[in-house]
Design a protein around this ligand. Structure first.
Ligand SMILES: *Cc1c(COP(=O)(O)O)cnc(C)c1O
Length: 395
């Protein structure tokens, strides 16, 4: 038996989306830029997809640009705001310490190009407030970029309040909503969002496709130059099947958004309650103001990587906050941002659910995590020191 509990990393393609995609590989395979009927049919398919997607977030279809996914959308949004800022002599950008690397690494690049970056601290509960954003805004601020929901700890930010602050100060507001689209109700107009990034494979659409919403009047910077696709803002023949699949998946998930959230949040709360009973552990991020799917814990005296390996052996797909990217053993920047010390940040576990998970899955996960944590602690020198009192417990 395999239990998939890593839906923040990627989701299973919806059967409905797959079905919608299939004709565009071998039947309706025309190039949308071609003049003849087959091309024009493909063109209509992507325009129909644009309308469906726009409707799901309260946008106009003209405000949707297709990208290769969330990272590209984030990059394009930031470069666009930077170009607008530069033209006006505004070279200050506000973001947060716990953004996705697609935002953080682009900000590093912009810093090298002369932009000043303010990364707001995140509270222990994993939330940034609108007042903190307001306090950081300066005369020369060209952009505020705050993620909608964090991909590691699942906390949902007060996006409408932050949007209102930005609108009142005439500052562009971008949100990386990759974890939120399809999972949390979004209305870009009501929330004063100027740009929003999204990725299909986080809401049961196909990988390698996403979109950027940019409010009317914002002239996007092209990252890829070439043909006139996407109003010359994203050259290259459109990924027609993926775009069709993305729109189908989004429409499907948005139709059931409340029902899914309720079901998944009940599973999440059961899982949180079960894991909380393990001694010397702590939930990361706010207990209620978080995505319905997200559970993230730190356990004292263990290594996240060993935990994942043993859970994999038990058939559970999970992930750790401490991604050892490129061989470095740096703890998660998100857990560091919410103030978890190194030692504990290394022992983290993220379980992200979907509507496919069952009560039985949750029972099995709780039982397995308990066993694995006890097993790892049984030969952990760190745990021995904690138990003997040589070292003090943090959690
Ligand atoms: C997954 C993710 C991304 C990157 O999206 P891709 O489509 O994989 O490029 C960006 N931001 C957040 C918050 C994510 O969870």
């Amino acid at each position: 038996m395999r239990i998939y509990a890593d839906n923040a990393a990627t989701t299973k393609l919806s059967p409905k989306a797959l079905e919608a995609m299939l004709p565009y590989f071998q039947i309706e395979y025309g190039n949308p830029s071609s003049f003849y009927r087959e091309g024009q049919q493909a063109k209509s398919a992507i325009e129909e997809a644009r309308i469906k997607i726009a409707r799901c977030i309260g946008a106009d279809y003209k405000e949707i640009t297709f990208t290769s996914g969330g990272s590209e959308a984030d990059n394009q949004a930031l470069l666009t705001a930077a170009a607008i800022g530069k033209r006006k002599g505004k070279m200050h950008i506000i973001s947060t310490a716990f953004e996705h690397h697609a935002v953080l690494h682009m900000l590093k690049k912009l810093e090298k190009e002369g932009f000043e970056i303010t990364l707001l601290d995140v509270h222990e509960n994993g939330i940034v407030t609108a007042d903190e954003v307001k306090a950081a805004i300066r005369e020369d601020t060209c952009l505020v970029s705050v993620m909608f929901a964090n991909n590691e700890i699942g906390t949902v930010q007060p996006i409408a309040a932050i949007g209102a602050v930005c609108a009142a100060h005439g500052v562009l507001f971008h949100t990386d909503a990759v974890q939120a689209v399809g999972h949390v109700a979004i209305d870009v107009k009501a929330m004063h969002i100027d740009m929003l990034s999204s990725s299909a494979h986080k809401f049961h659409g196909p990988k390698g496709t996403g979109f950027l919403y940019a409010r009317k009047g914002i002239l996007l910077q092209a990252l890829i130059c070439g043909g006139a696709q996407e109003k010359s803002k994203r050259a290259g023949t459109e990924n027609v099947p993926a775009i069709v699949g993305m729109a189908t998946a989004l429409e499907e998930i948005c139709a059931g958004i409340d029902e899914n959230a309720k079901k998944v949040a009940a599973l999440r709360d059961k899982l949180i309650a079960g894991l909380s009973r393990i001694e010397h552990c702590a939930l990361n991020g706010d207990a209620t103001n978080r995505l319905p799917s997200n559970v993230n814990f730190c356990f004292e005296g263990i290594e996240g990587e060993s935990l994942l390996l043993l859970l994999d052996d038990k058939g559970i797909c999970a992930s750790s906050g401490s991604a050892c990217t490129s061989g470095s053993l740096d703890p998660s920047h998100v857990l560091m941002a919410i103030g978890r010390p190194h030692e504990v940040a290394h022992g983290s576990l993220r379980l992200t659910l979907s509507e496919e998970n069952t009560e039985e899955d949750i029972d099995y996960i709780i039982k397995s995590v308990k066993e694995v944590v006890a097993h790892l602690r049984s030969f952990s020198p760190v745990w021995r020191d904690l138990v003997s009192g040589k070292q003090e417990h943090i959690l």
